[in-house]
Design a protein around this ligand. Structure first.
Ligand SMILES: Cc1cc2nc3c(=O)[nH]c(=O)nc-3n(C[C@H](O)[C@H](O)[C@H](O)COP(=O)(O)OP(=O)(O)OC[C@H]3O[C@@H](n4cnc5c(N)ncnc54)[C@H](O)[C@@H]3O)c2cc1C
Length: 401
């Protein structure tokens, strides 16, 4: 039997933050990681650049603002920024508040975390998954062979199983009676009717999207979309994924900076300017030529070689409406394999503000395994660092008590 004072299950973002915070407070820390090395997902984040924080992150950017507010009141985004500064990581923020390492390499983030763990004497056991936790005689026993006085479960969610997160952490906590909500892939691509999107494959556009669900709710997002043969990717599309499981209709506003009146006036001028030139040229100055032609084709149902001046007022109105709210039927989303984040998780009502289980003293959880998910843009890693550091401090205090 191997002994550890504090055992952290999962060496991802929140597990490593927890390890450092606990070790800085004097705890003896061991991290058990299923994959052959810690932090593999961190290397894949932000397209290999790791968008590690968002300086504007506030509780309202997450699914459960009151709970996240209680975490951020103890370890907020500014304290996370100070934490990374204390590790020697230089960072830069873009105009949206997204923070990246100055090196533009996610490996810098993992490297400073690993170096600090090594400096503090944190032990890593890699290549072994936690499959069972038992409690008896005032200690926890993991996999029948690792004994610890406190355990932090930082196994992440179900999104992106290629990075080690297969949902096994939920089962470990459920064995102690913890409730887990329904789980859905979030921040994932939308599947749509292929007819409109397939010809636009590879194109990017800055749009506003409004998803109308079959239940009649409407959700909007703004930003870039990327057209693919299966549907839509890009931040604006992925942010709606949590609401799109049952399908619905997506309305694409291709001219988000112009209101309906301005769009109509623009088209009137374009018709006049276009004169006897073909309709296919009408939208060339407004949107990408392939998007323009697709919208014209779907909206007007006639030859695009016809002269612009033949566009009737009714057609012009229909076209203006299509540019501001082009309807695309949604068929659901891609699955956990492609998702960046899990929506749903362990019921947070069963944890104290210190993120200790209300059911089992000495058992803690942090990061994505909790029923917390945030917007795209550094918000999910912000919560991972904040909750991880909070739980590291809490577990160290538990061990001292
Ligand atoms: C491709 C991709 C890009 C992303 N980009 C960003 C981004 O730029 N910015 C952002 O804010 N968020 C991003 N995210 C989301 C972010 O990475 C996660 O929300 C965050 O890593 C969650 O941290 P965590 O510690 O809870 O879990 P994870 O970082 O997922 O770590 C969990 C760890 O636990 C291990 N594990 C799982 N089960 C067991 C077990 N039974 N025993 C032992 N170990 C186990 C896993 O192998 C893993 O190492 C991205 C996600 C993906 C997939």
């Amino acid at each position: 039997m191997k002994d550890a004072q504090l055992l952290i299950l999962g060496g991802g973002a929140s597990g490593l933050a927890a390890a450092i915070e606990a070790a800085r407070q004097g705890a003896d820390v061991t991290v058990l990681e299923k994959l052959d090395r810690v932090g593999k997902k961190i290397l894949a984040t932000g397209n290999g650049r790791c968008n590690l924080l968002n300086i504007h992150a506030s509780p309202a950017d997450y699914n459960d603002p009151p709970f996240v507010g209680r975490v951020f009141a103890q370890f907020g985004v500014q304290s996370d920024a100070d934490f990374f500064r204390s590790l020697g990581l230089l960072t830069a923020a873009d105009s949206e508040g997204r923070v990246y390492p100055r090196s533009n390499a996610a490996s810098s983030v993992l490297d400073v975390l690993r170096l600090e763990c090594a400096r503090l004497g944190v032990r890593f056991i890699c290549g072994e998954a936690a499959t069972s936790i038992r409690r008896g005689n005032g200690a926890f026993v993991v996999n029948g062979s690792l004994r610890a006085h406190a355990v932090i479960v930082a196994c992440g969610g179900k999104a992106s199983p290629a990075h080690g997160t297969d949902g096994s952490g939920y089962r470990l906590m459920q064995a102690f009676g913890h409730a887990c909500t329904d789980l859905r892939p979030a921040l994932v691509q939308l599947r749509t009717d292929p007819d409109f999107v397939k010809g636009l494959k590879g194109l990017r556009a800055a749009v506003t999207l409004t998803l109308q669900t079959p239940q009649g709710d409407a959700f909007a997002s703004q930003g870039e979309v990327l057209f693919a043969d299966y549907g839509l990717s890009g931040i604006a599309a992925m942010e709606l994924a949590r609401y799109a499981a049952d399908g619905g209709t997506l309305f694409i506003d291709f001219l988000p900076d112009m209101d309906d009146g301005q769009t109509h006036a623009f088209l009137q001028q374009a018709r006049q300017r276009g004169g006897s030139g073909p309709l296919e040229q009408l939208l060339l100055g407004a949107v990408h030529s392939r998007i323009g032609q697709a919208v014209l084709r779907e909206t007007l149902h006639r030859k695009l070689t016809a002269p612009c001046e033949t566009l009737t007022d009714t057609e012009l109105q229909t076209l203006a409406k299509a540019l501001k709210a082009f309807p695309v039927p949604v068929r659901g989303t891609k699955g956990f394999a492609d998702a960046q984040v899990t929506a749903g998780g362990l019921d947070v009502a069963e944890f104290t503000d210190a993120l200790e289980s209300k059911r089992v003293p000495g058992l803690f959880a942090c990061g994505e395994i909790l029923n917390i998910d945030g917007k795209c843009g550094g918000y999910n890693l912000t919560f991972a660092w904040s909750s991880g550091r909070l739980v590291g401090r809490s577990a160290a205090q538990f061990l001292k008590a």
